[in-house]
Design a protein. Structure first.
Length: 175
């Protein structure tokens, strides 16, 4: 894998995340030498839809995109829907967009990108049910395992995680 030594990656999520869409990219980042930080709207412990538990490091209201080298947005319908309702989370995402920092997104994680006005003109993929939302927000949606458009790395489902992790780590390493 590509070396992420000295890089800090923010993982933004809340309860109801897709377990493997947190754990697999997290492990890929750490194995490549990066530091992973969990950011959520509320402090405490989060629970994935299959029971995985993770401790929050920083709440969105205290988080600043300038402190991180990249952003990872795991999916899960409940996670993605609730996260986009948190204005501090949306503002946090906008910080990565305005600073042109890498963003990784898988499955339903892309919903918050529509609220952050971050997909216009971008080629990307997602879980199929987000296709219309992403297109309406200006994205060029495709049904592919992994799509890299500049610093945006997107995938569809947990089945795509090996390809997603490889491309996300590579993009972050080059940034």
């Amino acid at each position: 894998m590509t070396d992420l030594t000295g890089k800090t990656i923010a993982f933004l999520l809340t309860d109801g995340y897709e377990d493997s869409e947190l754990t697999s990219p997290w492990d890929a980042v750490v194995e490549a030498g990066g530091k992973a930080v969990l950011i959520a709207p509320e402090s405490g412990e989060l629970e994935g839809k299959k029971g995985h538990k993770a401790s929050v490091d920083i709440v969105t209201s205290d988080a600043n995109a300038t402190d991180y080298d990249a952003l990872m947005l795991p999916g899960g319908v409940v996670n993605a829907d609730h996260l986009r309702m948190d204005e501090a989370a949306v503002d946090f995402v906008r910080g990565f967009v305005s600073d042109a920092k890498p963003i990784g997104v898988i499955c339903h994680g892309g919903w918050i990108l529509t609220d952050a006005e971050a997909v216009d003109g971008k080629k990307m993929t997602s879980y199929a049910s987000l296709k219309t939302d992403l297109k309406n927000a200006g994205a060029s949606w495709v049904d592919e395992e992994v799509v890299v458009d500049g610093g945006l790395v997107s995938s569809r489902t947990p089945d795509d995680l090996p390809a997603f992790n490889r491309e996300f780590v590579a993009v972050v390493a080059k940034a």
